[in-house]
Design a protein around this ligand. Sequence first.
Ligand SMILES: *Cc1c(COP(=O)(O)O)cnc(C)c1O
Length: 491
Amino acid sequence: MSQPEKSLFELSSPGRRAWSLPALDVPEVDPKQTFKDSARGDNHLPELSEVDIARHFARLSALNHHVDKGFYPLGSCTMKYNPKVNEKACRIQGLADIHPMLPRKAAQGALRIMYELAEFLKEIVGMDAVTLQPAAGAHGELTGIMMIRKYFEKRREDRLEVLVPDSAHGTNPASVTVSGFKSVQIKSNDKGEIDPAELDRACTDCVACLMVTNPNTLGIFEPEVKKICDIMHAKGSLVYLDGANLNAYTGIHRPGDAGFDCMHINLHKTFSTPHGGGGPGSGPVAVNRKLEPFLPRPVVRKDGDRYRLDFNRPDSIGRVLAFNGNFGVLVRAWTYIRMLGADGLRDAAEAAVLNANYVRAGLEGVFDLPYKERSLHEVVFSGSNLKKYGVKTLDVAKRLLDHGLHAPTVYFPLIVPEALMIEPTETESIESCDAFVQAMKSIAEEAATDPDALRAAPRKTPVRRLDEARASRELDVRYPLTEDAVGDTEA
Ligand SMILES: *Cc1c(COP(=O)(O)O)cnc(C)c1O
């Protein structure tokens, strides 16, 4: 086990400094006197040298797993490698230091990036208009559902239900509920797909829209996607697409052409922004003509060769985020799309699908594969076949950490017991896919020969099994962890 890393406060040594400044040439003031009540009391800031600080954070970065360190097949999240040129672009001084209240004529470059990114996204998904404001996919869902609500309000139609398949990501029903609708679950058929007949039954005149994820969270492309949209439209309802899985079909399929009315795009997933540590992300929403009037305000317009923000949008749902969204993420996505171009985006999707199917072929027969339809960018196995040894999917995931690999997503989608949801992404080489398959095979063998070793995993990580549920409820970022936080409990 590695040495626990002390906190900056524990590393602090009185009088140590990370700066050296010339002597003060103006009278010294005591901030407590000057600011009186508004001055904070004694603030015990840690005192450290620059070396102390740099090494502390370098050590912390090595304790955690990240995509620059190794394979990260976390299904549904698309943890692809993020080219460093994106970081360089968004740190260009004129972009990184730009103030959101700058007058329009001093912000033409930034507005142009936003305008062009929206144009690229429209082209990629086949829709008519885009807002770049939402801060993440879930926020995009909320924004889209709010627009749909306004659409029906305008038409004076009382539709209060949203249909959500049982394979959906948890954010789908959550966004529905937060925006004041009722979420109604529809059952997938035995192939893991939406059944058009079931949908036809469920879609009454109370239904505002259906939320579809395509390819769905099993990694399967809905074969009846056009028919699904037609059924909903025939009943006056709309169709929302959860676009988190766009990486499977950029340059191949355009949701707008299939009939979707609205979708969000997770820029941090498909268009390569570092994520997984909590953000920042970006979840632009693309819509067709029906929903365009309701887009958040403002939108970027181009008049001749000049760009401006258009606030004059009387039917807009209003702002969903301060200023213009997470601008740094927009710059990264713009850079990434420009760098790959149309052909490159298609290549990326094809390689992502190829890698998922390569891993699938390597693991068939080793783990159960409950849904056997053709996989796109991810594949969902089940660890149920290891139950006879008293081994769970969680044990497999924890053992993978000892192999220096990040675990796949586990226990999601909910319709697969003991689920292992694997998404290698296009940025992995055949060698890293092979290494993952090898590790998974050796773990499956170990389940039969030495199940205790699996249940005791991980052994080589800085901490063992954490109480994950408690960690999110009682956030404590101090280190070293107290004894009882390192218990053997499961999430
Ligand atoms: C990631 C994801 C979301 C939520 O997106 P965030 O950007 O994490 O808010 C929604 N649906 C699916 C299928 C996802 O994979």
